[in-house]
Design a protein around this ligand. Structure first.
Ligand code: SF4
Ligand code: SF4
Length: 377
């Protein structure tokens, strides 16, 4: 059995070969951040993400995931940030979601890394499991303790080498390895992320109220988006990168090495009008093996309707008319009604009046009535 130092050095080398840009090691001791996380949940900041409440004991203690665990190997894979300047009639998508779904990619690389560790330690049979966002693991806390980066005021993990545009994965194992030191917080007096957030989602530095975050609203939230936040969401239709884009540690991004994480050419044109007209089959095809399918078509078209309403452009009206008059999902019709009310004008008003007679769903009717009330009344 190689020494912990030799194994740790070989593991770093192998991780780099497998395309991981960052690698760090920490012990499998319980996490101090678990208490903070429990308070965050108790405060309601997680919104409807009730799945986060399950398995809190496992979240707090990696040894609950792998009995006898001694170490956690944390890895990061860099992806490219996308353009900042996007026309109001184009939908904006968080950079990580423009390529292929990263789960399979990172999982297969972690499987290879774990296989190497097993090969090097024969005839020992270390226990281990690997995870990518798939188990109750406080992965950011583990990665921070493993020195991959510090927990920034925007609650992203920030590396002084790589900024924050990277994806995480981890291997929990019974192997004894050499742990790294946690990274030092280098946010200093900067407040750019807090100042730039359009929905005021940070009640204080280092604390996110997910219920106000565009990522939560466009991906996790199943129902109606709160009225007071809709007009602050701009043209984001899946996720949001603003508090990362403004971070000075992301100003000189290194190019991603993994081609499958690069933006798909099929997602280069994200015309909101085109997205609003995706039928079930087209939606499935466009977002196959891509994260954007997560909110399903109804949630996604809800987001597109809000973005059209925020565009301030008359060209957005025909697509919204179609959504209000022909879309089967009441959730989408309701947001299309709101969006038409935002844009105003005679075509929007006539459509809303017509829908007021034809519509039967009480929620949609409520949105239509509200949309017909002139602003300021
Ligand atoms: Fe605010 Fe966007 Fe960051 Fe969410 S992702 S906290 S909405 S800037
Ligand atoms: Fe920290 Fe400034 Fe980056 Fe926010 S923008 S995470 S305060 S360095």
């Amino acid at each position: 059995m190689p020494s912990a130092a030799k194994l740790s050095a070989d593991l770093r080398h192998r991780a780099a070969q497998l395309g991981f840009d960052l690698v760090g090691i920490t012990s499998a001791d319980p996490l101090e951040g678990a208490e903070f996380y429990a308070r965050w949940m108790a405060h309601g900041y997680a919104g409807e993400m009730h799945y986060l409440e399950r398995n809190s004991d496992k979240r707090a203690d990696p040894r609950q995931l792998v009995p006898g665990a001694r170490s956690v190997i944390c890895v990061g894979m860099h992806y490219d940030p996308t353009e900042d300047d996007v026309d109001a009639l184009q939908g904006r998508v968080a950079s990580y979601a423009l390529g292929d779904d990263y789960h399979e990619l990172i999982k297969s690389r972690l499987a290879q890394l774990w296989q190497s560790l097993q090969d090097w330690t024969r005839p020992e049979q270390p226990k281990g499991r690997y995870f990518v966002d798939t188990a109750p693991v406080l992965e950011r806390e583990l990665a921070a303790r493993a020195g991959l980066g510090w927990w920034g005021k925007n609650t992203c993990l920030i590396s002084s080498k790589r900024g924050s545009y990277f994806l995480l994965g981890e291997i929990v194992s019974s192997l004894e390895l050499q742990p790294d030191s946690p990274a030092t917080d280098q946010c200093g007096s900067c407040t750019r992320c807090l100042d730039a957030c359009p929905t005021d989602a940070f009640p204080e530095p280092y604390l996110l109220d997910a219920r106000r975050c565009i990522s939560y609203l466009t991906i996790e939230l199943k129902g109606a988006i709160p009225h007071e936040l809709r007009s602050e969401m701009g043209n984001w239709v899946f996720g949001c990168d603003i508090c990362q884009n403004v971070c000075p540690w992301n100003h000189q991004p290194t190019a991603a090495r993994e081609p499958s994480l690069a933006a798909r050419p099929t997602l280069a044109d994200r015309s909101l009008e085109g997205l609003a007209r995706l039928n079930v089959e087209e939606f499935r095809k466009l977002f196959r093996r891509n994260p954007v399918k997560r909110p399903k078509r109804r949630g996604f078209l809800r987001n597109v309707a809000v973005a059209l309403g925020n565009s301030g452009r008359a060209e957005a009206i025909p697509a919204l008319v179609e959504l209000l008059e022909h879309e089967e999902e009441p959730l989408v019709r309701a947001h299309a009604a709101w969006a038409l009310g935002q844009l105003g004008g005679s075509q929007a008003t006539v459509t809303l009046q017509r829908a007021l007679v034809a519509e039967t769903d009480p929620e949609v009717l409520g949105e239509i009535e509200a949309a017909l009330v002139p602003a300021g009344h």
